[in-house]
Design a binder for this molecule. Structure first.
Ligand SMILES: [Zn+2]
Length: 248
């Protein structure tokens, strides 16, 4: 018999195994990203049936087996069921889970990513903030947590903090008018830069407390799209579905 541990976390994905079991990936506060087996979790009367679905957030009791964890019990605090009311929000939610799955590792401190996931899914459930803004904020903060965020507080070349009006995706940061020469840059709206600075420096709990004009939001989205295209060499399955939904 292995040792029992209780972890707090969120189910990132679920895979059916044999007739009644599941293999799940959980992003935990204590152990980073882990894989665990949930025996009998696909039986209709199983206590683990809903608890082992994607988005389920709560406490999981695990037994450490020889080569893997086994889930014995779960106490779920939030299933994020309201996500299912809005198809766009639901797919973005799956994208956030996939993003976290891609970036997080076992036995790594992933507390910030877990917190970001939780707050971002809550923001998707709210009507007050647009899904597009939640996505751009999530992407920027996730890249920042991962140590790959852009540098937007001073000129990449001379470190001046004034007239930072040019952004280079390729260089991963911002430039003043004097230093932009010879760099492939785009003009960046002051409000877009402020928004990016705010997202990078603010606490996760305070991330989803602002709105942007449509023009600024479109620029922020475009910058994040190009930025991820340049720095994340991975194609997310959920994004392909989102792109298809948009094209329809
Ligand atoms: Zn400069």
């Amino acid at each position: 018999m292995g040792q029992s541990v209780i972890v707090t976390g969120m189910v990132l994905n679920t895979m059916p195994i044999s007739e009644y079991d599941k293999r799940i990936t959980i992003l935990t506060k204590e152990k980073g990203k882990i894989t665990a087996f949930a025996r009998g979790a696909r039986r209709p009367n199983s206590q683990l049936l809903a608890a082992t679905n994607p988005f389920s957030f709560g406490e999981f009791e695990l037994f450490e087996g020889k080569s893997s964890y086994n889930v014995s019990k779960a106490t779920i605090h939030n299933y994020f069921r309201d996500l299912a009311l809005d198809v766009d929000a639901a797919y973005l939610g799956f994208y956030f889970l996939e993003f976290a799955d891609y970036f997080c590792q076992e036995n790594n401190d992933e507390k910030e990513m877990l917190k970001l996931l939780y707050q971002s899914l809550r923001a998707l459930e709210k009507e007050t903030i647009s899904n597009e803004l939640v996505r751009a904020v999530f992407e920027l903060k996730a890249m920042t947590i991962n140590g790959e965020g852009p540098s937007v507080f001073s000129c990449m070349h001379c470190h001046s903090t004034e007239n930072l009006d040019y952004f280079s995706v390729w260089r991963g940061g911002i430039f003043c008018p004097e230093c932009k020469h010879g760099q492939k840059t785009r003009k960046i709206h002051e409000s877009t830069r402020y928004a990016m600075q705010y997202v990078i420096s603010s606490k996760i709990e305070k991330l989803y407390t602002f709105q942007l004009s449509d023009e600024v939001l479109q620029e922020f989205k475009k910058i994040m799209k190009d930025y991820l295209h340049t720095y994340v060499k991975h194609s997310f399955k959920s994004l392909q579905i989102i792109d298809e939904l948009v094209l329809k």
